[in-house]
Design a protein around this ligand. Structure first.
Ligand code: RP5
Length: 178
């Protein structure tokens, strides 16, 4: 219909408001979580980025998770290192999907972060990704897959990302060439 915003087939237009909240326990986690934000950016997914610590700012964490759905967030990516309570505590205060990224800690190389995030007792799930950069990128891609079920434009962006990745491998089969 003329004058109406064009509606994509079988789904909703991507809104301007942040759909993904990228949170982390410390500014020192940004080096890792920046890869999630950059991937969301690449896919054209509106997102916000915040430091929210389970240990240092527990009230802020509760408020952030409690209000996330009402503010329009649809997925939360939570990264933390060491005794990494942030993803699990966030998941305890919202029914939005929470994707956990274990940050590579100095003491135990991120194994502590991984186990803290992945070993949730039954009842409150956290979708846990790999330690470090790979996990941060994959959290963004998984967020895109979740959002893609509702927003066809995001599903198409994800499809293009995967096609470009495949092309890059096929077009440069010789690992010695630069
Ligand atoms: C965790 O403690 C954070 O997620 C971070 O990975 C780790 C260390 O934090 P900083 O001491 O660098 O602020 O809560």
């Amino acid at each position: 219909m003329q004058g109406q915003p064009s509606r994509l087939h079988d789904g909703e237009q991507v809104p301007d408001r942040p759909l993904v909240g990228v949170i982390m326990g410390s500014r020192s986690d940004w080096e890792t979580l920046s890869h999630a934000a950059a991937t969301l950016e690449q896919l054209g997914i509106p997102h916000e980025v915040r430091v929210v610590s389970a240990h240092r700012t527990p009230d802020l964490l509760f408020e952030y998770a409690r209000s996330a759905e009402a503010r329009g967030l649809e997925v939360i990516i939570a990264g933390a290192g060491g005794a990494a309570h942030l993803p699990g505590m966030t998941a305890s205060k919202t029914v939005l999907p929470v994707l956990g990224v274990p940050v590579q800690s100095h003491a135990l190389n991120g194994l502590d972060s991984l186990l803290s995030i992945v070993q949730m007792p039954a009842g409150v799930p956290v979708g846990t990704l790999a330690i470090g950069r790979a996990g941060a990128i994959n959290a963004a891609l998984l967020a895109a897959a979740i959002l893609g079920m509702k927003y066809p434009a995001i599903r198409e962006a994800l499809r293009r990302y995967r096609e470009a990745q495949t092309r890059a491998v096929l077009e440069h089969p010789d690992p010695r060439e630069r």
